[in-house]
Design a protein around this ligand. Structure first.
Ligand SMILES: [Zn+2]
Length: 204
C-alpha cells in the first residue's frame, strides 16, 4: 500500500513524504522518498530549497502551487518550476481552484519532469491536461466526493492520505484503497498492482 502524498510522521519506505516549509527539511532525510516544499513561498525560502536540492540529489520538490484561499507570488512558483526543469526533479503540486494558471505556468516554463497533482478533486478534462504535460493525479479521501471522481478511475492515478504518517494515516489510506477498488469493481490486489505501476515513475 503506497501513500503518494503524506507528511512527516512514523518511518515508511512506502510513501512520498512532502513538506510545506523549511522548518521541516531537516527531518526529511529519514524517508526514502521525500520532497522539499513551499506552500507559501518567500524569496529567501526558495534559496534555501535550492541549496537543499543541490545537496540532496535524490530529492523531489513539493508540495508547492497555487491555492485560491491565499495569495501566492506566481513568480516564485515559476522559479520552483524552473528548478524542477533545470535539476530534472519530479515535483508535487498543491492546486486549489487555480488549475488553469498552473497549467499555463508549466507550459510557459517548459518543465519536462514528471509530477504529481495531489489531492485531485477537479474534472477529467483538467486531469487529462496535466497528463499531457507529464503529470499524474493523486486522489485523497476528499476526492471520493468530487463530481468527476468516477470518470477519473480509468486514468492512471495514485492514492494518498495527505496526513502525517501514523496509524491513522494507514487506516485512512487502507479505507481509500477499499473504496476505490469497490468503485472500479476490481480486487484490492489488482488496484495495488496498478498503483505500483503508475507510481514506479516516482519510486524508481
Ligand atoms: Zn497540499
Amino acid at each position: 500500500m503506497f501513500d503518494a502524498h503524506c507528511h512527516i510522521g512514523i518511518p515508511s519506505a512506502q510513501a512520498i513524504v512532502c513538506s510545506s516549509e523549511p522548518g521541516e527539511y531537516d527531518q526529511l532525510q529519514a524517508y526514502r522518498y521525500h520532497a522539499y516544499g513551499l506552500l507559501r513561498p518567500a524569496d529567501r525560502d526558495v534559496d534555501t530549497l535550492e541549496q537543499r536540492l543541490f545537496a540532496d540529489r535524490g530529492a523531489m520538490i513539493g508540495e508547492f502551487g497555487l491555492d485560491c484561499r491565499w495569495e501566492t507570488d506566481e513568480r516564485l512558483v515559476e522559479r520552483l518550476l524552473c528548478l524542477a526543469r533545470d535539476l530534472d526533479r519530479p515535483f508535487v503540486l498543491h492546486v486549489v481552484h487555480r488549475h488553469d494558471r498552473i497549467l499555463r505556468l508549466i507550459k510557459q516554463v517548459g518543465t519536462k519532469s514528471c509530477f504529481i497533482v495531489h489531492g485531485f478533486t477537479s474534472s477529467r478534462q483538467t486531469a487529462l491536461s496535466y497528463m499531457r504535460l507529464g503529470g499524474t493525479i493523486s486522489l485523497s479521501p476528499r476526492s471520493l466526493a468530487s463530481r468527476d471522481f468516477r470518470k477519473l478511475l480509468d486514468l492512471g492515478f495514485l492514492l494518498e492520505s495527505d496526513l502525517p504518517l501514523s496509524g491513522e494515516s494507514l487506516k485512512v489510506l487502507d479505507s481509500l484503497y477499499e473504496s476505490v477498488a469497490a468503485a472500479m469493481s476490481i480486487s484490492r490486489e489488482r488496484l495495488e498492482e496498478r498503483i505500483n505501476v503508475t507510481g514506479s515513475v516516482f519510486t524508481a
